[in-house]
Design a binder for this molecule. Structure first.
Ligand code: NAD
Length: 315
């Protein structure tokens, strides 16, 4: 039977790519409810869906920060049946915390963490009753490991991961599946918005050293990191579809093989110092090592295009 898939945040990036990919599935295995906060942004998705629009893809309004909009959307789906929920909507925030307001930070937590909680409060009871359903969450490698100047964003993704780890035990009892997709850097609107906000940031509340660190080290390397390590939204969508179609989907799935050595550091040292030391050295002490590792990564990337089946050219 065709599976109903609800995806949040489909006006751009990973959500957009995933909605199109699943709607165009040759075996027509999915009916996609592609949702977005602002329907004024639906045209590119309508265009990309082409003749699948109204057939295997429908566009609906859903704001993950608004409980009523979630309820209205779910109620409009036949029998409220959602077989696969893809919680994708999210936002980033970079910079020194002394230059961010608590309000800005709360918006990130409200979108990235409480957005998922609101969706599940509405959708989980139906899935439990039916004893079937797959909950797929677009988390991040920053859900496992913090990165300089991404303090609140990483915290929001850690919250998502802790919440899901707890819920996964209950889900097992109800025969539900839960999967966290953990991309590394992905070249999307997200990266552009976050970078532009960073460039515009008022750094007057930070001391000179911190402001300098953010502008001359972090922002300077930002684009380079995305260029050398970044995946495309389509790549991440491809990984996500494989997880959705798997017989025994894993609880965690990292999409970027070039990034896994970094996250492995976390598990290599129970004291937790190793990844912090390495990141510190990469950022502050060995600018040359940093560029050398980026070059090495570029080489790996070039090789991976030749050898990995999922690692086809991504940009
Ligand atoms: P994106 O900015 O293109 O997509 C995010 C989408 O979420 C946008 O369409 C945005 O409008 C939507 N959104 C924001 N707030 C919303 C709300 N309240 N209700 C409904 N929709 C809302 O960026 P993306 O890279 O495609 O991000 C998708 C997910 O991937 C996010 O959860 C992000 O944290 C995660 N992620 C991104 C990267 C990356 O480097 N781009 C890396 C790892 C994880």
């Amino acid at each position: 039977a065709r599976r109903n898939v609800l995806i949040t945040g489909c006006s751009s990036g990973i959500g957009f790519a995933l909605a199109v990919k699943m709607a165009k599935d040759e075996q027509k295995r999915f009916k996609v409810y592609a949702t977005m906060r602002n329907l004024a942004k639906k045209e590119p998705l309508e265009e990309a869906a082409g003749d699948r629009l109204g057939k295997t893809l429908e566009i609906k309004q859903l704001d993950v920060c608004d409980e009523q909009s979630i309820k209205t959307c779910v109620n409009s789906i036949p029998d409220r049946r959602i077989d696969v929920l893809v919680s994708n909507a999210g936002m980033g925030l970079i910079g020194p915390i002394e230059c961010q307001t608590i309000e800005e930070m709360k918006t990130v937590m409200d979108t990235n963490f409480f957005g998922l909680v609101r969706l599940l409060k509405e959708i989980l009871p139906d899935m439990k009753r039916r004893k079937s359903g797959h909950i797929v969450i677009i988390s991040s490698v920053m859900g496992i490991q913090g990165i300089l100047f991404n303090d609140v964003y990483a915290a929001s993704k850690f919250a998502v991961e802790g919440f899901c780890e707890s819920l996964a035990i209950q889900a097992l009892k109800f025969k539900l599946q839960l999967s966290l997709i953990e991309p590394g850097p992905v070249v999307t609107e997200f990266e552009r918005k976050v970078f532009e906000d960073g460039m515009k940031m008022d750094l007057s509340a930070a001391d000179e050293e911190t402001a300098e660190m953010f502008t001359n080290i972090y922002l300077k390397n930002y684009k380079q990191i995305f260029q050398s390590l970044g995946q495309s939204a389509e790549d991440v969508a491809e990984h996500t579809v494989k997880i959705i179609l798997a017989d025994n989907p894993p609880f965690r799935h990292q999409t970027n093989t070039l990034y896994t050595p970094m996250t492995t550091l976390k598990y290599a040292d129970p004291n937790g110092d190793l990844p912090i030391d390495i990141f510190y050295k990469m950022v502050f002490h060995h600018d040359k090592i940093f560029s050398a590792s980026l070059n090495f990564i570029k080489l790996l990337r070039w090789r991976s295009r030749k050898s990995f089946d999922l690692g086809k050219p991504s940009q």
